[in-house]
Design a protein around this ligand. Structure first.
Ligand SMILES: Nc1nc2c(c(=O)[nH]1)N[C@@H](CN(C=O)c1ccc(C(=O)N[C@@H](CCC(=O)O)C(=O)O)cc1)CN2
Length: 286
């Protein structure tokens, strides 16, 4: 078997086209375009590349960019001052704080200081709480991108057994909440570095989401033949970027969202969707 491609790049391009039309409408109604802010602290090359990509996407759909950068040794107070500024800026519809932050900073305190109504990442505790409660809120971009990618490729979720590997705040923890909503109705097993018998859990699954950041962790012998497999792990090595899914997995998987070209572009598209939805909410509230 050679896995069918879950093509995040093409799917995200289609979503950007849909969003560009909505941006044009909301811009005409409000008299100015929605604005996405980004807060980037430090020199991590990956984070710089992701933020640059986010602003490139904004330009493509007509969203204005507000870019704030701070040095790696920025203090908690300096970061929080930028947060306060974006909370107060009427041109900023929504913003994100690029993660991870340098170790000396308290990321939870930074996220908590954000205005939840401007949280374009769905990572503010209020919005994560709303996700737990099943109340409408901006959704974390990667989990939302995964659900959208599966939906647009007609991969059935109702009753599906999903194995998620990784318990980080941007993917592993929130995706369990998303997929177990009544509207999705999947059953989720959340695995992590403390899980015993990882291969057994993975083999039970119809859908595997690998977000551990452990290169080549999931091999073909661990998979149920025909499973849909999504690679969310990204490790930068001397030989380039390496995902969590071993290349041999494509021989056994039924569907494969590769890295690159699978979930990453969907993450970026869902960020734009969160900003557009916030702008539309604001426009109807006026
Ligand atoms: N505040 C946030 N921080 C981080 C998030 C997030 O959703 N919000 N997620 C990741 C990084 N990330 C977005 O910020 C992100 C990661 C990867 C991609 C992507 O398009 N990847 C490419 C491959 C990488 C490359 O070409 O350099 C792909 O998969 O095709 C987009 C966004 C952690 N931080």
């Amino acid at each position: 078997m050679t896995a069918q491609l879950l093509d995040g790049k093409a799917t995200a391009a289609g979503i950007r086209r849909e969003l560009a039309e909505r941006v044009a409408k909301v811009t005409a109604t409000v008299g100015r375009p929605p604005g996405l802010g980004t807060v980037l602290v430090g020199d991590d090359p990956g984070s710089h590349a992701y933020v640059t990509g986010k602003h490139r996407d904004c330009a493509q759909v007509g969203i204005a960019s507000i870019r704030r950068e701070l040095p790696a040794d920025a203090s908690q107070q300096q970061v929080e001052e930028v947060i306060d500024e974006l909370n107060a800026d009427p041109a900023c519809t929504g913003y994100i704080v690029q993660l991870p932050l340098p170790r000396h900073l308290d990321a939870n305190a930074v996220l908590e200081r954000m205005d939840p109504a401007k949280d374009a990442d769905g990572l503010h505790p209020v919005n994560l709480g709303r996700l737990v409660l099943g109340v409408e809120a901006p959704l974390p971009c990667t989990p939302r991108g995964i659900v959208e990618l599966l939906r647009r490729h007609e991969v059935p979720l109702a009753g599906a057994r999903v194995c998620v590997i990784g318990r980080g705040i941007t993917v592993g923890r929130p995706i369990g909440l998303l997929l177990t909503r009544r509207s999705e109705n999947a059953t989720v097993t959340l695995c992590h570095t403390g899980t015993k018998g990882l291969a057994w859990h993975v083999r039970e699954a119809d859908i595997v989401v690998a977000a551990a950041g452990s290169p080549g962790l999931i091999t073909k012998d661990m998979l149920r033949p025909g499973a849909a497999v999504l690679d969310v792990g990204i490790t930068r090595t001397d030989h380039g970027l390496v995902g969590d899914i071993h290349p041999d997995a494509a021989q056994v998987a039924g569907r494969l969202a590769p890295m690159p070209g699978g979930v990453g572009p969907m993450t970026r598209a869902m960020l734009l969707a969160n900003v557009v939805e916030a702008a539309e909410r604001n426009a109807t509230a006026v």
